[in-house]
Design a protein around this ligand. Structure first.
Ligand code: GRG
Length: 293
């Protein structure tokens, strides 16, 4: 498959759907809608929505059915980045190659833009067409669990509280699992649910998502120490500066790279039962391992 073309095509579909589903920048109060759109369209990779669509495709589902769920996940992800960049958290000036939300709109509007993106994500899921096996409540619950205090928020709490402390590998794995892998896994599960996955199919794709999500964060930690700010579009070297526990810090760069390879291989192995239908998901796993930003 022509992977670059595949990815660009999916990004375009996601961008068009986000544009349709978000209030226009002229909608009153304009500032908040401008701020929501500023961060959403700042140039993210769209990994989570693209894997959501690819999971649906693996099971023969329709892209149109998965798109609102894909957009919802991107809204949650973008809210988490806006809040993570705030002075009270990671205090960053630069994200997706642009000034962070609070630098452009001020802290108050940045907090509210995050809140509004979090909220509209659930509106998108509630308005999505349910599948025979997965009603609206099941879809809402899936996203709520992945974004809540026992997943995404849990990871952020552990990350904040771990700064400057000597964390061990299991602590780091807990952070990665919750801060990163939970939402990535949920993106895949939502795509699979939109395609009316059987329990067995859902379990297989969940296994893929967990390994992919963990690999993604190990690679992110590696890129933080090997790439420049310009290459990343966000501040490089932040983890070392904040004395954060990361795979390179705990294991060294070489072992961290081996761990990323091992997790990616585990992710690909979980796709075996899906054969050729999982071609796109498999290519995504390879692309993420080789990525430079
Ligand atoms: C504030 C509740 C709350 C949570 C924040 C997501 C997060 C938790 C913090 C952001 C910083 C970080 C390193 C998160 C881990 C996940 C990650 C690597 C995010 C970056 O994802 P990409 O590379 O970003 O997909 P783009 O900009 O391409 O969408």
């Amino acid at each position: 498959m022509d992977f670059s073309r595949y990815w660009a095509g999916r990004q375009k579909q996601v961008d068009a759907a986000l544009d349709r589903l978000l209030p226009s920048a002229k909608t009153r109060p304009k500032t908040i809608h401008e701020a929501m759109r500023y961060s959403i369209f700042a140039g993210g990779k769209r990994l989570r929505p693209v894997i959501c669509l690819a999971a649906a495709e693996t099971l023969g589902g329709r892209t149109e059915a998965a798109l609102p769920l894909a957009c919802a996940v991107e809204c949650i992800h973008t809210y988490s980045l806006i809040h993570d960049d705030l002075p009270a958290m990671d205090n960053d000036d630069f994200r997706r190659g642009k000034a962070t939300s609070h630098k452009v709109y001020g802290e108050g509007i940045a907090i509210l833009a995050g809140d509004a993106l979090l909220t509209i994500a659930f509106e998108m899921v509630a308005n999505a067409r349910p599948a025979p096996r997965y009603g609206t409540a099941a879809l809402v619950l899936e996203l709520a669990h992945a974004s809540g205090s026992q997943a995404l928020v849990a990871g952020q709490v552990a990350d904040l509280e771990g700064e400057g402390k000597k964390l061990k590998l299991p602590d780091l794995q807990y952070i990665h699992h919750n801060k990163t892998a939970a939402l990535i896994t949920s993106s895949i599960r939502l795509g699979a649910m939109s395609a009316n996955a059987t329990p067995r199919e859902l379990a297989g794709l969940t296994e893929f998502g967990l390994s992919l999500g963990l690999a993604f964060q190990v690679i992110d930690d590696i890129l933080d120490v090997t790439q420049t700010t310009e290459q990343l579009g966000k501040s490089a070297g932040k983890d070392v500066a904040a004395q954060k526990a990361t795979y390179p810090a705990l294991l060294g760069l070489e072992k961290a790279k081996k761990e990323a390879d091992r997790l990616t291989a585990r992710a690909r192995a979980a796709l075996k039962p899906f054969g050729k239908n999982a071609q796109a998901l498999s290519a995504i796993a390879d692309y993420l391992l080789a990525r430079e930003n």
